[in-house]
Ligand binder design. Structure first.
Ligand code: AMP
Ligand code: MG
Length: 515
């Protein structure tokens, strides 16, 4: 039932003092979570709890375990050491500054790690407090579970609790700190290893531990690739590249913007990880990022995410190089990423449009659409979802629907009408060339175009209530997002454009890294 695979395979920090420091020659440090006398559970994800076979544990005991007050099966909690590139610059050692792994479960020979976020300081906390606020914890809980239900690879959320303490945060970084409720999320994943764990050993010139970490990762999560060797390291890198590509392709499909794609936030398993100032595209704008910290250069904007994955993979390639000692095959994999991305992007967009055959001018056809979506400020989710109702025979009847889902007013929209007519005509012709029936097409389109997503203002509303101790909306959204592709007639109110009040509101369209 329990494992200690990671801690058995890799060396621990010999120093067990919980003080901020550089940790060399170790992959992690043992650390005890902070004491929170007044911690209390807000919600437990019972479906996941059952899957993990932890449902026999009493509620009171769960509350203690999920807030770090009690160990699970006497497992020894630890924080992982990693480094990373942040916003394009080498940042040196980072590590789990506010994450503590509390247990590793054996799920039919596959590990699942339980990790607390916000349970206090670790040797990697640098000058920060190791804590998390309710606001960011609600966002992580809702979003990671919504991503799971969207079928997008992600870490999961098992519980959310109040720490019972207040946490000081300067949300706008403008010298106005205020107290907020502290919270702890227990999240799970087969592993929380990041690109940055490999970069850490490579940067320190520690080839022995770099090899140990890579071998452990391959043997535990990529064992189908065979025993570790030079050629296995290469196929391992290729698999990580392709998994990361599929992850970002899913993000592009649904309009998710991660916000902080630093290499320490890139999972070696291709999971979406570390939900911070993420957001959803509402008006389709490839240049949009929700993260105010990135407002100047918009490095992590929606349209740049696939390219950033490639940039991050290049850093991983550099980190793995000492084990391979040949640049050309690594470069070749990076080139393959680009080629595969172009192909997969086209396929994904055609799927969103319900087109079941490819034609030579598909690139132009798709570019025409994305330009139109951008200039007419279309709501991405509403546009694609409603497109499944488009009828190629009565094509003009769809125009008012398009106009309604634009964030432009009528006079701003008018100049774009003829371009939309033109595109709809091309689209109608494409659909008429498809073999599939309309009803089949609709079913297929609705499987890739979600009806319900966690718009930023929705999370904001749930947070406002939760801060007052009212979790009804939080639970309503949690349940809504369990079936994002289904019609839910009782929840039609969430299938609407962003309300005007939310346009420039902090927490509802723009977010800082403060969490
Ligand atoms: P992030 O960009 O949120 O993934 O965090 C980057 C780094 O800062 C990681 O090493 C985190 O562990 C650390 N960090 C972020 N917030 C805190 C905090 N409140 N206390 C300690 N470390 C933190
Ligand atoms: Mg992080």
């Amino acid at each position: 039932m329990f494992y200690q695979k990671f801690t058995e395979a890799l060396p621990a920090d010999k120093n067990e003092k919980n003080t901020p420091r550089q940790v060399t020659d170790a992959a992690y440090s043992y650390v005890s979570p902070q004491k929170f006398e007044n911690a209390s559970l807000i919600h437990v994800n019972h479906t996941l709890l059952n899957e993990l076979k932890l449902n026999d544990i009493e509620k009171d005991e769960l509350a203690l375990i999920f807030t770090g007050q009690k160990t699970l099966n006497n497992q020894k909690p630890y924080a992982m050491c990693y480094a990373g590139h942040q916003f394009g610059n080498w940042a040196g050692q980072l590590g789990d500054g506010r994450a503590i792994n509390i247990a590793e479960l054996d799920m039919n020979k596959h590990p699942i790690v339980l990790q607390l976020k916000g349970a206090g300081k670790t040797p990697y906390s640098r000058s920060a407090d190791g804590l998390a606020v309710l606001r960011s914890s609600i966002r992580e809980f809702l979003m990671s579970e919504a991503m799971f239900s969207l079928g997008i690879p992600t870490t999961r959320a098992l519980s959310i609790a109040l720490s019972g303490d207040q946490v000081l945060r300067d949300i706008l970084y403008n010298g106005n700190p205020a107290h907020e409720k502290g919270a702890i999320v227990c999240r799970t994943a087969p592993s929380f290893i990041r690109f940055g764990n490999f970069e850490n050993f490579a940067a320190r010139g520690n080839k022995v531990l770099l090899k140990k970490l890579t071998d452990y990762t391959i043997q535990t999560f990529y064992s189908h690739l065979g025993a570790p060797s030079k050629s296995t390291y290469l196929v391992f890198f290729k698999e990580v590249a392709m998994k990361s590509l599929e992850m970002v392709m899913d993000w592009q499909r649904v309009g998710f913007v991660h916000g902080v794609m630093n290499t320490d936030n890139m999972s070696i398993l291709g999971l979406t990880i570390d939900y911070g100032p993420f957001g959803w595209l509402e008006n389709y704008d490839p240049a949009w990022t929700p993260n105010t910290t990135d407002a100047q250069f918009k490095r992590y904007r929606y349209g740049n995410q696939p390219h950033i994955v490639l940039w991050n993979l290049t850093q991983l390639a550099n980190a793995l190089y000492p084990l391979i000692e040949e640049a050309a095959p690594l470069e070749h994999i990076l080139e393959e990423y680009q080629e595969t991305f172009q192909k997969r992007y086209l396929q994904m967009m055609l799927q969103k449009l319900g087109i079941d055959n490819q034609q030579p001018d598909d690139d132009n056809f798709i570019n025409l659409l994305t330009d139109l979506l951008r200039i007419s400020q279309m709501d991405m989710t509403l546009f694609f979802r409603k497109l499944s109702k488009f009828d190629p025979i009565t094509l003009k009847e769809h125009l008012p629907i398009i106009e309604e889902d634009s964030y432009l007013n009528q006079s701003q929209f008018n100049p774009h009408i003829y371009k939309w007519e033109n595109w709809l005509q091309q689209y109608a012709a494409r659909l008429l060339s498809c073999k599939e029936s309309k009803s089949n097409r609709q079913i297929r389109m609705n499987r890739v175009n979600p009806k319900y997503v966690l718009r930023n203002y929705m999370a904001h509303l749930a947070i406002q209530d939760a801060e007052k101790g009212d979790y009804k909306l939080f639970l309503e959204l949690y349940n809504l997002l369990k079936k994002p592709y289904d019609e839910q007639p009782e929840n039609e109110k969430w299938f609407r454009k962003r309300p005007d009040w939310a346009i420039n509101k902090v927490g509802s369209s723009m977010l800082s890294c403060s969490s």
